[in-house]
Each structure stands twice: as C-alpha cells, then as structure tokens.
Ligand binder design. Structure first.
Ligand SMILES: NC(=O)c1ccc[n+]([C@@H]2O[C@H](COP(=O)([O-])OP(=O)(O)OC[C@H]3O[C@@H](n4cnc5c(N)ncnc54)[C@H](OP(=O)(O)O)[C@@H]3O)[C@@H](O)[C@H]2O)c1
Length: 286
C-alpha cells in the first residue's frame, strides 16, 4: 500500500514511519510540507495518490487550548476535516489519531469504543469534532491513543512524561506527581504496530482504541520508571486540586479496546512496553 503520514517527525509519526516502511511505500509529510488547517495546502495529499492517509497532526498542549480555542479547533477539527475531504475525493482511507480526553473521566474503569464521549476541556472537544469530521469519509479509522511515550518525544511538549521524570531524577529535583488521575501509558512503537495490523488486516472501518493494556496513576507510572531504572528520587504525591492549571482533565481516562481483540489484535501491558522503551533509549540493558 502507499501510505502518507502527516506529522511524520512527531512522536507517533516517527514510529509510524519506521513501522510501516516494512512492507509499504511510506511518504512522510512534516509541518513544513503541509499545513492541515489550509485546504489548499492539503492538496499535496492528492499528488501522492495514497491508499491510506494517517493524520497525526494536533495542537495538544491542553492548557494552551483553553487560551487559544480558535487554534485548537483549526488544527484539531478543521485540519482533520480538510484531510478527510481530500481523502474522500481520492478514495483513500483516512486514519485520524484521537485521544482519551474525549471522555469525561467519571467511569472508574477503562473506556471502550462503546462508551459515549463527553469531553470536559477545549482540547477534547476539538478532537471530538475532528473525529466527527473524519467520519465524513466512509473509509475511515478513528484511532484513540493516550499518554504517549516514544523515542521522538512529543515535539510540541518537549519530551514526554518518561523523559521528564528521568531528567528530574538526574537533576536530583524533588518530584511531585498526581495519584488521583488514571491513564493508559502507551508506547508509540506499540501504537504504530497496532495500526499496521489494522491496515493490513483490513478491519471494518470505524473507531478503535489502540493503547497498551492496563492503567495506572501518574504516580504509579513514575514509580515504575524509577523502579525499572533502580533510581530513588524524592517522589511526592500531589492532588489535582493542588495544581494550578487552565484545563480541567478527566479523572479516569484509561482506555481499553473491546473491538481489536475480536480481530486477534491485542496490545501488551504498559509495564512491558515501558521496559522496552527504556532499552530503546539506552537507559537500561535488556
Ligand atoms: N502525546 C500524547 O500523550 C497524546 C495522547 C493522546 C492523543 N494524542 C494524539 O496523538 C497524535 C500524535 O501525538 P504526538 O505526541 O505524536 O504529537 P507530536 O509529537 O506533537 O506530533 C504532531 C506532529 O504534527 C505536526 N503538526 C502540528 N500541527 C500541524 C499542522 N497544523 N499541520 C501539519 N502538521 C502539524 C507537528 O509538527 P511541528 O511540531 O513541527 O509543529 C508534529 O510533527 C495527536 O493527534 C494527539 O492529539 C497524543
């Protein structure tokens, strides 16, 4: 297949490029190559005549989305609309990467594809709008991921949670982490592998959750990183109410797929994925 990846140098985009290059013709588009908010710029997608277009582009600084809602909607909703429209015109499949933040976070057990989204912040609302626009192309996959960690780091967030924790520990800084918010940490390499399997097995179009298995609080995530590395930094639990942030976050936004296992696609536990990430980054021997 010929596959175009929008946001090819981003955290997930980088691993999608690597993963899909095995067996497919993959074309990566950076932000310099395409501006998804600009319909004319999206015409570059047509030039490549791809079978599949994966859109990883996003404005995902959650607090900044509250301050710049217009930008959030342009990148996270109008951008996906442009990509879906162009994809539809050339009969290509659109894959839109969405987020756990489309859920409100009151469920206390992982959200599945059968749960109804109800976002509580601008980022989540704009991504949900992006999901709806993507569905205008009947040939679509909306793939929700969460709490990503990958070798390329989130380009707009300067690293990822794992890198932030390791850097703080090395600087011997006191570390304060939330223990009242639950997430599904997800290795971008595993997310990319799941999407490769989805594309190759021709799954029915629709919405899928592609996180690693299991969930934890941010504090438990941090503890696992330090335990695997044998580090013992000064780690303190804090509560969401002690943090001054612009955007409200879901309390429990872990995801689980009930659809992928029916097609024989099953992700491994986040702890196993984390151990592999630390090896990939050279922090740990196998
Ligand atoms: N990171 C997470 O923890 C997380 C959690 C849940 C869902 N997600 C979703 O997963 C996807 C990938 O996240 P990520 O961590 O890989 O993000 P990332 O590292 O920031 O990558 C996004 C890529 O898209 C590009 N981009 C941004 N705005 C664009 C625009 N207007 N037009 C064209 N390209 C643009 C960026 O380029 P520049 O950096 O050069 O602007 C970057 O290469 C996003 O859709 C995000 O909403 C992420």
């Amino acid at each position: 297949m010929k596959i175009v990846i929008v946001g090819s140098t981003g955290q997930l985009g980088t691993d999608l490029m690597k993963m899909l290059s095995g067996g497919h013709k993959v074309i990566g588009l950076t932000h310099g190559d395409i501006e998804v908010t600009d319909r004319n710029s999206c015409l570059i997608l047509k030039e490549h005549h791809p079978d599949v277009i994966i859109n990883t582009a996003a404005f995902h600084k959650t607090d900044q989305c509250e301050e710049e809602p217009e930008k959030a909607f342009m990148v996270n909703a109008i951008g996906p609309r442009n990509v879906a429209e162009v994809s539809k015109e050339i009969e290509a499949t659109t894959i839109f990467i969405s987020t756990d933040y489309v859920f409100e976070g009151t469920k206390n057990e992982p959200y599945t594809e059968n749960d109804v989204p109800n976002p509580i912040n601008t980022y989540g609302i704009s991504k949900l709008a992006g999901e709806f626009f993507t569905r205008q192309n009947p040939k679509h996959y909306v793939v929700r991921v969460a709490s990503l960690f990958g070798a390329a780091g989130a380009s707009s967030k300067s690293g990822n949670f794992v890198e932030t924790m390791i850097a703080k520990a090395k600087m011997r800084e006191p570390i304060f982490v939330l223990n009242d918010r639950w997430v599904s940490p997800t290795y971008t390499r595993d997310g990319a592998e799941t999407m490769k399997k989805m594309i190759e097995s021709g799954l029915p179009f629709g919405t899928y959750h592609a996180t690693n298995e299991g969930f934890c609080t941010w504090f438990q995530f941090a503890k696992q990183i330090f335990s695997l590395l044998g580090l013992k930094p000064a780690l303190t639990i804090i509560k969401t109410t002690q943090m001054q942030v612009k955007a409200q976050r879901p309390k429990f936004s872990a995801l689980r797929s009930v659809k992928l296992p029916k097609h024989g696609i099953r992700a491994r536990e986040w702890t196993e994925a984390l151990a592999d990430y630390l090896v990939e980054m050279g922090y740990k021997q196998r």
